[in-house]
Design a binder for this molecule. Structure first.
Ligand SMILES: Cc1cc2nc3c(=O)[nH]c(=O)nc-3n(C[C@H](O)[C@H](O)[C@H](O)COP(=O)(O)OP(=O)(O)OC[C@H]3O[C@@H](n4cnc5c(N)ncnc54)[C@H](O)[C@@H]3O)c2cc1C
Length: 402
């Protein structure tokens, strides 16, 4: 058997961003890392197997400032983009379901209230959401409207001075747990039977307990099993004026929210990739075949080097884009590039790691197959890989291929 010469070099030695982080950013990252290690990791496989989201951990996530982390005021942590990206990466090192919960609560439900809501609406919902006392979700996708949200059929009509909502939303993260849902719907002008176009889209905060509002759970997912996913069914659900976000008009409203969420997801997905990478390195160093550790074989090392290179490149890209975001200079095209690149590679890395674990790679005992299955959803949600390719293709060629 060939001797082990030295300990493996950590990826941080290649990424070399540590000296660029503030003490506060390091503290945020380290506390989320500790939380995931001490409070979540041992339960991860069982939660995945049993299709359970760990609701008992919500107060601790809130205490660490992870709910609405990048928002200012209203009890939110006001983290910069680097701290936010690092924190989400640590959560996703645990499980993409944990990170999805935080992304949806903060970037998809609290963000639209913060950006498009009135002062009274912000005061009413945001402090409780930051504390995890109120859980939110974001209803955009429908059974027949995914990549093309402008084709949504859910609509709101005016009746007796109130809004009446009808339609259904599909694939809604956190919906089964949610106390409130930001629902995007087209408006039917008063006295008209015709539903408006994408420019008529508005945001309605529908609260649990509203008659005609239901959130049945989507069962049978083989991915993101530790995340609660549901439908939103709206059957003549009545929403008062004070629950309509006044500043959200047209498709730009939901797209602005998605842009926030996608940035965090792009960085975070590398957390899942790192977990797969580290598992593959330690497994192949221990696994003996043909009398030597399989990690001593060139074909295995080539795969390890490819995984490491892509994680390091993705992290450097994320760090750079996060600093741009802090200066208000990050463009939607850059967000598309980061989402497409990082999530695409995270999924490939998970598949490579799965292969390197051989038969053991399909067992839940190791985190790899769980991450791999989770990343299949991350690849699709928040703009599929193809949609981000089209965003970049349009920008780079000046021709719209949607
Ligand atoms: C686990 C999970 C959680 C989710 N959470 C939420 C949530 O909280 N809120 C929410 O609103 N939505 C959520 N989604 C929905 C998600 O955003 C959509 O699944 C996604 O936008 C894709 O829509 P679709 O599934 O209808 O696929 P489709 O749009 O039908 O796409 C099918 C295929 O066609 C491709 N395609 C589509 N248009 C084009 C084109 N013009 N050119 C080339 N290829 C194209 C797509 O890339 C894809 O490969 C979630 C999804 C999942 C799986």
């Amino acid at each position: 058997m060939s001797p082990k010469k030295h300990d493996p070099m950590p990826l941080e030695a290649l990424t070399a961003i540590e000296h660029l982080l503030t003490d506060e950013e390091k503290m945020v990252r380290d506390s989320v890392r500790r939380f995931v290690k001490e409070r979540f990791q041992a339960r991860a496989a069982r939660l995945y197997e049993e299709e359970q989201f760990p609701v008992d951990l919500i107060p601790e996530m809130a205490e660490m400032g992870l709910l609405g982390a990048s928002l200012e005021g209203y009890g939110c942590a006001g983290m910069g983009a680097v701290a936010y990206g690092l924190a989400l990466g640590e959560l996703e090192y645990g499980d993409s379901g944990m990170r999805s919960f935080a992304s949806v609560q903060g970037s998809l439900c609290m963000y639209p209230i913060h950006r498009f809501g009135s002062e009274a609406q912000k005061q009413r919902w945001l402090p409780k959401m930051a504390k995890g006392e109120l859980i939110g979700c974001f209803g955009l996708t429908e059974p027949d409207s995914g990549s093309d949200p402008g084709s949504m059929k859910t609509y709101a009509r005016r009746e007796n001075g109130k809004w009446v909502l009808n339609g259904s939303k599909m694939w809604i993260t956190n919906a089964p747990l949610a106390h409130l849902a930001v629902v995007w719907a087209k408006v039917k002008p008063e006295g008209s039977d015709a539903v408006g176009g994408p420019e008529s889209i508005r945001a309605f905060v529908v609260e649990r307990g509203t008659k005609g509002f239901e959130t049945p759970t989507v069962h049978g997912k083989m991915s993101l099993r530790a995340s609660a996913t549901g439908e939103i069914v709206l059957n003549d659900a009545i929403v008062p004026d004070e629950n309509v976000l006044p500043e959200a008009r047209g498709l730009g409203g939901p797209l602005a929210c998605l842009n926030q969420a996608r940035f965090g997801i792009a960085w975070a997905s590398l957390g899942a990739a790192k977990s797969c990478y580290e598992t593959a390195v330690s497994y192949t160093r221990e696994r003996i075949q043909f009398g030597v550790p399989v990690a001593s074989k060139q074909l295995v090392q080539e795969q390890i080097v490819e995984m490491a290179s892509e994680i390091v490149k993705g992290e450097i890209l994320s760090y750079h884009y996060a600093r741009l975001k802090e200066q208000g200079k990050l463009t939607p095209q850059q967000v598309s590039l980061a989402k497409k690149n990082n999530v695409g590679w995270a999924l490939k890395i998970a598949r490579i790691a799965r292969g390197l674990l051989g038969g053991n790679g399909i067992l839940l005992e190791y985190p790899v197959i769980r991450h791999m299955m989770n990343l299949e959803s991350v690849y699709t949600y928040e703009g599929t890989n193809e949609v981000h390719t089209l965003v970049l293709g349009r920008a780079l060629t000046g021709l719209d291929a949607f």
